[in-house]
Structure formats: C-alpha cells, structure tokens
Design a protein around this ligand. Structure first.
Ligand SMILES: *Cc1c(COP(=O)(O)O)cnc(C)c1O
Length: 406
C-alpha cells in the first residue's frame, strides 16, 4: 500500500493579501478560451496536441493574412526569447563570422541571454535620445571597423516603435551581415506605409505574445520573414533540427507551440484590431495630460503600446523613487524599463563588450512607465495623470520649502 499523501496542516500563515493596484502597469486581457469549448474539444478529439498541428497552421496563415497583408511567412514559437535564440543561431551559421552581435544596451535581458545561448557575444551600442533605438553612427562605425567579427546585427524596435528597415537592408548588404530584429513589443504596430511592422522584410523578425505585451496570450511568440527559406530552416531548428528522416541536420531545440496555445492566439487575433486602436487612444491621452513629460519619438502610424514609457521632467529626475512609491500607494503601478540596462547587470557585465553609453544612462535615470491596458478608459488615464501631477506638485513644493532647489 502506498503511504497516504501528507496533508499540509496549514501551520504556515498565508501572507497578507495586498490590495491589487487600481491601475496595474499592465493587465493581461486573456483570450476567452472558455467561450471556445467546441474548438477545445476538437483539439482533444484530434489527439494532435503539438508539432505544428492544424490549429497552429491556421494561426500562422491567419497572422500573415491579418498582420502582414498576406505577404511573407511566419513561424510560431513558444516564446520570443527562444525565437531570438534560433534566429541568431541561424544568422551565425549563415554569416560564419563572430563572435559579436551588435545590439543596444537599452533592452530587456532576454535579448542578451539569447545572444549568449546562441554562443555569441553582445556588443552593446548606445541609443539615440529621441527614438530610443540603436545609435546609427555607432552601429556604422563598429561595422566598418569590426565587420568581420560581427555575426549579426540585432536592433530592438524599442517599445513597439517601427524601425527604418531599408537602412538595415543597406547595412546588411554593405557588410554582408544578417539582421535579426527584436520586435518583441511590435506585434500590432503599423509602419508609415500602413502595413504591419516588418511586412515584406527579408530579415528575421521576432515578436512576443507574452502576457505583458499588447498581443498578450501567455507564453508564445512569432518569427516573421519574407524569406521562405529562413522560415523553413527555423521551423526545422525549432523541431530539434530534424531533416526529413527525423535525423538532425541543423542545430536544434524545441520551440513549438501547443495546439491549445495556438487556439488561444487565434482567439486573441479576432479582437486585436480594436484593442490596439484603444491602446493608441490611451497613449494620446497621456501625451495631452502630462505636459512637461517627454514621450518617445516613435516611427510608424500606430504603436502596439504595452505600457506608456515617458521621461520625467528635468526637475523631477532625482525624485523618481519617491514618485513611484507615492503612485504605488495611490494604486497606480509603474515601471522603469530598462533600468538596469544590459551592461549594468552583473551577469552581462563580464560577458559583453560595450561602447560608451551616455544616452542610455541619461535615459535610464529619467524613464518611468505608466499603465496601459485594454480595460482602462481614457478617463482612467486622465485620473492616473491627475494623481501623477498631484504627487509631482507636492514633491516640488516640499523640496522648495526645504531649500532643495535654491
Ligand atoms: C518581452 C521581451 C522579450 C521576450 O519575450 P518572451 O516572449 O517573454 O520571451 C524580448 N525582448 C524584449 C525587448 C521584450 O520586451
């Protein structure tokens, strides 16, 4: 007989439940799978749970159709980090150069981890003060001086902005180097032509469907390219590098998405247009309601805002912690992405090469992200801004009284 499973005797006190913030920085809008019981049952009946199954197939087709005007091909991945890893691995196999990947330090840890997992080394560049994307002069200088050591360029489409992809075409041709774009927050962003960011590009572009992104599904991601061979190779790399006879002919890992996750993304896609339009309207309200704060100069017609990143007014930079604490007490969640930036993080510091990063450092000292979600209304944003303005006025007033700003 098996011993009975011990039952916890609940001696440990449950931690006190913190009141959920009224306006969290992000709030996932779960695709309502519970309304798709028949589709779930169909997956159960099919006994086809993963391995690029029929629901995943439908999702990939629909994504290209709806977000990329039917142009090019895509591949689902279990998350964007893994997508970046296989994208970079393929790039380095193709370029046969190394060890560096040219990338900004102002990005999320996932990007630097992906470079290291691909057996490469981040070469960190600064950003530009208005667009917050990779410093073009530094990129070009490094490519000219060290092009034979650069396996790939990995720009980041910062916070969902669009990038000048023609320029990366030129850099790629001129220096014979592949481009892998971290577009983690850009699914739903629309470029100056009115097309989904990335549409028609031959580069390898990776998007995230993580719960915190505008296309928040949970855990999933997407790789897009107009180059069918790139997608075919990555599809095989994501299935253990197998060739036709289930024998590895490429570097591989498992990046596949379950059929249930694919269904979840299909459900998300159905309402996505309206959700992005709503997020754009919220961002505009922030711009109107927070004069004196500086927003990113974005490129493109529409940004798939995951939250609202803004720069504090100059006279409030040193008060960021106080402002964030006060906002938290008032039920407003904030963030300070990406502080610390890559080169400040201990694991990366010893494993990356870096250019001088003065703009990154100045921006990191000044940035603060404010809430955006599908559930907020423009009035909610106005309320948040009113709270922000009140806290800032109080801090400035108190500092003036204490002679801090004499
Ligand atoms: C979210 C994010 C990622 C990682 O995406 P996952 O799908 O969570 O793996 C990578 N890079 C950037 C810039 C991100 O914001």
């Amino acid at each position: 007989m098996h011993a009975a499973i011990p039952v916890a005797t609940s001696q440990v006190q449950a931690p006190p439940k913190l009141a959920a913030p009224l306006f969290p920085l992000t709030r996932p809008n779960a695709p309502r799978l519970s309304a798709y019981v028949d589709d779930l049952a169909a997956i159960e009946d099919s006994c086809w749970l993963s391995n690029y199954g029929p629901v995943n197939d439908r999702l990939e087709h629909r994504l290209v159709e709806k977000l990329f005007a039917g142009v090019g091909e895509c591949l689902t991945v279990c998350n964007a980090t893994i997508g970046l890893m296989i994208g970079l691995k393929l790039a380095s196999e193709r370029s046969r150069k190394g060890p560096y990947v040219l990338m900004p330090s102002f990005t999320f840890a996932a990007a630097a981890h992906a470079v290291l997992w691909a057996g490469l080394k981040p070469l960190l560049v600064d950003i530009e003060p208005e667009s917050w994307t990779a410093d073009r002069a530094q990129e070009e200088r490094l490519l000219a001086a060290h092009g034979d050591e650069i396996a790939a360029i990995m720009p980041y489409a910062t916070f969902g902005t669009c990038l000048d992809l023609d320029r990366y075409d030129r850099l790629s041709d001129r220096y014979d180097v592949p481009v892998v774009i971290d577009a983690a927050a850009s699914l739903g962003s629309v470029d100056a032509r009115g097309m989904g960011f990335g549409t028609g590009s031959r580069h390898t572009i990776i998007y995230s469907m993580h719960a915190t992104k505008a296309f928040g599904v949970g855990e999933a991601g997407l790789v897009y390219s107009s180059d069918a061979e790139t997608i075919a190779l990555l599809r095989r790399m994501g299935n253990f590098g197998f060739g036709a006879d289930r024998s590895a002919t490429l570097p591989g890992l498992n990046s596949k998405v379950s059929e249930v996750a694919a269904l979840s993304a299909l459900v998300k896609l159905a309402d996505f247009e309206a959700q992005i339009a709503h997020r754009t309207a919220l961002a505009e309200t922030y711009l109107q309601e927070l004069p004196g704060w500086t927003a990113q100069r974005t490129e493109g017609r529409r940004i798939a805002y995951q939250f609202m990143p803004m720069l504090l007014p100059a006279d409030l930079i040193s008060a960021r912690d106080r402002i964030r604490t006060a906002l938290s007490s008032a039920g407003v969640g904030t963030g300070q992405y990406f502080t610390p930036h890559i080169f400040e993080q201990p694991y990366f510091r010893t494993r990356c090469a870096a250019e001088p990063l003065p703009v990154t450092e100045a921006l990191c000292a000044r940035i603060m992200s404010l809430p955006i979600s599908d559930f907020m209304t423009a009035d909610d944003v106005a309320t948040v801004c009113q709270i922000v303005r009140g806290i800032c006025a109080e801090i400035l007033g108190a500092d003036a009284v204490q002679g801090f700003r004499a």
